[in-house]
Design a protein around this ligand. Sequence first.
Ligand code: SF4
Length: 482
Amino acid sequence: MALKTGDEYIQSLKELDLKAHVMGQAAGGLTSHALVEPSMRAVAQTYDCAHDPQSKDLFRVISPLCNEEVNRFTHLHQSAQDLVNKVRMQRHCGNLTGCCFQRCVGMDAANAVYSSTFDIDAATGSAYHQRFKEYWAWVQKNDLVVDGAMTDPKGDRGKRPKDQTDPDMYLRIKERRQDGVIISGAKLHQTGMLNSHEILIMPTISLRPGEEAWAVCCAVPTTAPGVRYIYGRQTSDTRKLESCRLDVGNPKFGGQEVLTVFEDVLVPWERVFMAGETAFSGTLVERFASYHRQSYGGCKVGVGDLLIGAAALAAQMNGVAAASHIREKLVEMIHLNETLYSCGLACSAMGQPTASGNYLVDMLLANVCKLNVTRFPYELARLATDIGGGLLGTMPAAADLEDPVAGPYIRKYLKAADGVAVEDRFKVLRFIENLVAGAGSVAYLIESMHGAGPPTAQRIMIGRQGDLEGKMQKVKSLLDLA
Ligand code: SF4
């Protein structure tokens, strides 16, 4: 099947006709909903890039799974170069959209499930891997968006899943039947869920014997009966409902997070890829997390490029582009951003094949990448705020620009360097505001902190993978210690 264009993808979503609760109302027609549409357009870019002569070589790849050319967003990485190309592709998408383009989670989930099901089968004689291969070949051939669903609500964090007052705090198998399993629970913070065709569900933590009900990995369509969606709010999101687009900040694109409820959803056995194998839940979680921690070394860098560019434009518009302190700050921003990219590339270049044949990132370096992502975008945002100036927080509404009384005052007093249109200054400052304090900050800052796990999760992995013992041995050997 030919790779979809962005328009064909949007048409496919229209045919799904998903419903959600949005801002206190049951809403349909989501593909043209003012709060949802920008996020759908961001995903559509991942399709259009596979047709753009400038980028299609990067976005298209032959999949050995279905022996066809597929969009790299559905690819199972076959080499370290594939992993590198994934990060390059994500930076490119960040450059085009200035937001989260949502499609990476399914790609990362698929790569983790592919190798994990192989390992389960090898150890237990199950048949999950072949099932998953058939499922994913179908996803590739139909060029679908798959939401990788991991984060459970978790209830009381001090208790294990089986000790929770409400067992649905971790998504679970409620019933095993001849025709499949019934699942019950929820997944929080689901990136791009309403822009997806399928949901690939994974456990959220490493599970122990006795917790088999929560060790579940499976796939359901987003249209499955019993799945409900509640749309997440973002800072300043109602600006998208205003007729004047100038205050939105990012006028074309946006991200999307959704609370997704699974109320007694039937999953047929051919879509079940783990059902009780607690010993492999930790492996699956770690692999998915590592892939997604690598992803941030591409997407956040792409958005960071735009933030740096906007800060440089703001300085230029203020007439201070040549000031040494501005140059220093911009260089620092570039340094921070390229450090993140270096981490994304490094964990990719050092990737190794799994027993199943697809490639896994270097997990230590992927965690170093993400730990830096929990900090550097905040520093980039601080520097952009510094360069942008106080107007970032006090600028009048763009609608007042057209007001016959207020408009002339705004044009007179918000004029900066000669030759700079006040509207252009508004656009640049609103774009910076969007990323450091507005709707875009959900993905650029809060998600940088918590997406793919908070900093503590990376520190734990770095502690495990960092080979402290080996480092001590090297010193003993060098110094001839006993
Ligand atoms: Fe992709 Fe980045 Fe969004 Fe994750 S946060 S889905 S890696 S764009």
